[in-house]
Write a protein that binds this ligand. Structure first.
Ligand code: GTP
Ligand code: MG
Length: 394
């Protein structure tokens, strides 16, 4: 008998785990000559009864194995395969989501593709017979991520990059560079990243049809903004690496994510400021100075709301929302003073000249304005990061 191991990563999947285990074993009858073993890799943060249910399954069936793993999908998958390799000696390693979204008969096709001589088979919603039954927004994300990744990283002929349903040989797994693969990061980037490293390791790959349904029970751990951000930064990182530039761009981008979100909020805030500034002048006949006063306060409130419910959403503070709004306003006032001082200093130093760029004459004062953006943003970010939304969890 040959051995197939299937890793099922879980994070609060009490409603699905039993059913998926049964469904996976049901595939055995269509895989003559193969014995299936399942490794459930449960996140230590799982707070529902996933662990109890999984342990009952282990007691009932000696082909079910259970490990507890550090947070992150990548950790669940990699540790799951490493467990399989050391304890079960598999001929093929496979992995599936544990929430029942993937129709498990994909296993049969995944195994067949390896038997045909490939070292990596990829369950794909984009090949003939494959289906993606998610909501419109999720489908848009899947396709967008796929196209972006294929253009920047490639190869062009792999169409499915964001799904876990895959199988590969132990030999291929041994060749994957785990130091470069960002498998310990708490993100779903493991899926495209593993693919990239597998291709670099010389994988012979094939896509097979996969039907992906909406989640049956439980909740999604996939955060679309974060995932999009990671896909973009990882793809650029991978491309730089392929060009011979080894810059840890992806790791740095993940560390700088809060700052990037804060800057995006700042940009939206500038548009809001400008929009109301014009509205108050044109429709309420305010003077520019009065209008700027009101429009800036609206932008400050806008930025506050976006930062509170998005950028710093995970921060636990001891202050209430009104106190935070008060501090945020004071910080913004500080930013205003810094901006004015910078303009004053530059104006005193360089005066009122013009510079000719591409045949157009541009006043120095434009540059004075833009010179304030970065320092003011850094001031705002630093103070809000350390004071307004300081994590005070204890
Ligand atoms: N061990 C572990 N498993 C995880 C983690 N995050 C997600 N999973 C599991 O990985 C699988 C995929 O996660 P999902 O939340 O279903 O992600 P998704 O399928 O892209 O999103 P939905 O379509 O909304 O379900 C599920 O079996 C999860 O339980 C994690 O941090 N650690
Ligand atoms: Mg899912």
């Amino acid at each position: 008998m040959k051995k197939l191991t299937v890793v099922l990563p879980t994070y609060n999947e009490k409603a699905n785990i039993k059913r998926i285990v049964e469904k996976v074993f049901e595939q055995e009858k269509n895989l003559p000559g193969w014995e299936i073993n399942i490794v459930i890799a449960d996140d230590i943060r799982s707070s529902d009864e996933t662990e109890q249910i999984a342990k009952e399954l282990v007691k009932k069936n000696r082909n079910v194995h259970f490990i507890k793993v550090e947070p992150g999908l990548g950790v669940g998958l990699i540790k799951g395969h490493q467990y399989a390799l050391t304890h079960l000696k598999p001929d093929i390693l496979a992995q599936l989501d544990a929430d029942g979204q993937v129709v498990p008969d994909v296993l049969i096709r995944l195994v067949k593709a390896i038997e045909e001589g490939n070292s990596l088979s990829i369950g794909s919603r984009f090949v003939s017979g494959g289906k993606n039954q998610l909501s419109f927004m999720r489908r848009l994300f899947t396709s967008g991520a796929s196209i972006f990744y294929r253009i920047i990283v490639g190869p062009w002929d792999i169409r499915e990059v964001t799904n876990s349903a895959r199988a590969f040989t132990p030999e291929l797994f041994a060749k994957i560079n785990l130091d470069r693969l960002p498998w310990k990061e708490r993100t779903f980037i493991i899926q495209p990243a593993f693919l990239h490293e597998a291709v670099l390791a010389g994988a012979k790959y094939k896509e097979v049809p996969l039907v992906f349904k909406n989640r049956l029970e439980g909740y999604s751990k996939n955060k679309v903004f974060n995932y999009t951000y990671d896909i973009v930064t990882y793809s650029l990182d991978a491309r730089l690496h392929m060009l011979g530039l080894n810059i840890p761009f992806f790791r740095i981008s993940r560390k700088a994510k809060t700052l990037v979100k804060f800057s995006l909020v700042g940009m939206v805030g500038t548009l809001v400021d400008f929009f109301f500034y014009k509205m108050f002048i044109n429709y309420l006949s305010m003077t520019p100075a009065t209008s700027k006063g009101f429009s800036t306060e609206i932008a400050i409130i806008n930025n506050f709301i976006m930062n509170n419910y998005w950028t710093f959403r995970y921060r636990k503070t001891k202050t209430n929302i009104w106190q935070k709004l008060g501090i945020f306003n004071l910080v913004s006032l500080g930013g205003l003073v810094i901006g004015v001082l910078i303009v004053k200093f530059l104006h005193t130093t360089y005066g009122d000249g013009f510079i000719s760029i591409l045949g157009r004459s541009i006043a120095y004062n434009n540059f004075y304005f833009f010179a304030t953006i970065l320092p003011v943003m850094l001031w705002n970010f630093t103070v809000n990061h350390f004071i307004t939304w300081r994590n005070q969890e204890d």
